[in-house]
Design a protein around this ligand. Sequence first.
Ligand SMILES: [Cu+2]
Length: 90
Amino acid sequence: MYKKFLIAGAASVFALSAFASDMKNVKESYSLKDDSTVHVFNDGKMGMEDQLGRGMLMEEGHVMETKDGQKIVMKGNEFWRVENYRAGYE
Ligand SMILES: [Cu+2]
């Protein structure tokens, strides 16, 4: 009984810290026409997330189109940062 209580406590602390760090490093996120997402980090570099929420590779300079028709040019390829972001480390 006591052990179960400890595990629940640890899980909620993890969720809270992941939320706080998300707010810190991702400046903006855009939904793209193909249902993937591009995250713009505070330093202006970008990372992609595919339709299933996994980190996705994209070449720098690739032109993306958002759902509302804006064009965004890929800057950086911060695959590892999207993966960290998803995992709650960044
Ligand atoms: Cu991209």
